[in-house]
Design a protein around this ligand. Structure first.
Ligand SMILES: C[S@@+](CC[C@H](N)C(=O)[O-])C[C@H]1O[C@@H](n2cnc3c(N)ncnc32)[C@H](O)[C@@H]1O
Length: 261
């Protein structure tokens, strides 16, 4: 068993709650009820989720068009939605990883005819197991640069699970020139009471939620050089001039590269 690899429609599931925020249909009543509780606390969560998706897409576009990346390991990929990595980076090798069996099953249905794309049911908290999964091992060439995506994922990994150590272990499995993309919920600029209330909602879900300060999130990039503009509010990361302003951001995002020397 790897975390929550059973389908349980009685427990709110973080992948399906996020799907609900994005306006998707892969969610059950229990997910919608929990998501509605979060929306009562933070009504702009759907806008923030869309801002997060657009950050992911801009980062992938930067990586393919400017950094020459051809391989992506998208961990905590979630349920398929619009603008998935393989759609933004056609022709690249892409492995989606999630520990939610519904997300994995839906992703497999979407990509079964695409030889460049693979989907693994694996848990970030077991990085050795994740890297040894045949869908990862046989699909990516880790002697060549790869971009690891952990977008809106690490705030589901509490401190006692040592997220910094996990990120470093995956980093060490890649070669210089490889990238890390992170977006992460923050505590900065948010009143404590509503944060605690939303944490209470997530406590009864498949994963607790742990927003962190910018300083803590920055530490996750150890061993990487941040590319411009660094770790910033999601809407400020290389904004698309044609895209209009991003009004809402509950987190920080950044892209790091393993230096070659
Ligand atoms: C908020 S969604 C983010 C989806 C996508 N990365 C995005 O940003 O649009 C978080 C995803 O992380 C997955 N997840 C949470 N904890 C995980 C873990 N320990 N290992 C793998 N996936 C995990 C959830 O199942 C969910 O699909």
């Amino acid at each position: 068993m790897t975390g929550n690899d059973r389908i349980d429609s009685n427990i709110p599931n973080v992948a399906r709650m996020y799907d609900y925020y994005l306006g998707g249909y892969h969610n059950f009543a229990v997910d919608r009820e929990a998501a509605e509780k979060v929306l009562a606390i933070f009504p702009d969560t759907p806008a923030a989720a869309h801002t997060n998706r657009r950050f992911l897409q801009r980062a992938v576009r930067y990586l393919t068009e400017e950094a020459g990346v051809r391989q992506f390991l998208d961990i905590g990929a979630g349920l398929p939605t619009q603008g998935n990595v393989h759609e933004v980076a056609p022709g690249c090798k892409v492995v989606y990883v999630d520990n939610d069996p519904v997300a994995v099953a839906q992703a497999r249905t979407l990509v079964e005819d695409l030889p460049d794309v693979s989907v693994a049911l694996a848990d970030l908290r077991d990085p050795d197991g994740l890297l040894a999964d045949p869908h990862v091992r046989d699909h990516l060439d880790l002697t060549e640069p790869v971009a690891i995506l952990m977008v809106s994922l690490l705030h589901f990994v509490p401190d006692d699970a040592k997220p910094g150590r996990i990120v470093a272990q995956l980093r060490d499995a890649t070669v210089p020139g490889s990238h890390l993309v992170v977006s992460h919920l923050t505590l900065d600029g948010v009143a404590e009471a509503p944060v605690r209330q939303s944490q209470e909602v997530y406590r009864s879900s498949t994963a607790p939620i742990v927003p962190r300060t910018r300083t803590d999130i920055l530490r996750l990039f150890e061993g990487y050089d941040l590319v411009e503009p660094g770790l910033v509010r999601l809407g400020e990361w290389r904004p698309d001039p044609a895209g209009g302003p991003e009004a809402v951001s509950h987190g920080y995002g950044g892209v790091g590269v393993r230096p070659k020397f």
